[in-house]
Design a protein around this ligand. Sequence first.
Ligand SMILES: Cc1cc2nc3c(=O)[nH]c(=O)nc-3n(C[C@H](O)[C@H](O)[C@H](O)COP(=O)(O)O)c2cc1C
Length: 221
Amino acid sequence: MNVLEALEARRSIRVYKPTPVAPEVIKSIIEAANRTPSWANTQPWEVYVVSGTPLENLRKRYLESFRKGIEPNFDIPAPKSWPAAHDERINQLGAGRFATLGIERDDKEARRKVTEMNFNFFGAPHVIFLCMDRDLSHWSLFDLGSFSMSLMLAAQHHGLSTIPAVMLVAYPDIIREEIDIPQNLSIVFGLALGYGDLDSIHNQYRTPRRNVDEFLKMVGM
Ligand SMILES: Cc1cc2nc3c(=O)[nH]c(=O)nc-3n(C[C@H](O)[C@H](O)[C@H](O)COP(=O)(O)O)c2cc1C
């Protein structure tokens, strides 16, 4: 699979088969992502791939917390609001996904169940936590974002699915209790990894994109 094919094929997968991925395949994906460029080659990424019993313990506690209504407490605060154009795209995503699932706008219980899938880590057998030193600037978040895209494309190459999901880091205190992540690291972001259940209804919606002409200015040619 070449890079363009991987870019085209990648999409967020929200239901996984339980089959674990071979450790050497996961390692090779991380090795590929390790070629990601970063500010002055600072390579800020600290990567935790969590599987097996530690992941099941996390999953159980995440689900309990979500069901108790405990609010997410991200290390990197979530935006409180969005500019109108971006807010509209968020609404478009929700509407598109729920329409595919046949869920009505006011069916709160069905929507809650869909949200709950985040806290079940979408049933994935592996969750990757991307962390970085707390003293790093916002610029290093750019590097972590680049790293996660490299990782997702490398996973695609191996026939694997991913989803980048902020909800996977909703409860960093629980992660720190279950996994030995040093206090000097921010737990920035999470990705689920595994073999996607591509036939699941939850994996049928294909997100749209803006027409390139809406945002592209080619200057000088
Ligand atoms: C920073 C970031 C955070 C995201 N958080 C979540 C999340 O918590 N839950 C979720 O279901 N999807 C999450 N997503 C997935 C996006 O909804 C998805 O990437 C977007 O709708 C485009 O769809 P695609 O990935 O299928 O192309 C996140 C994606 C990014 C890049």
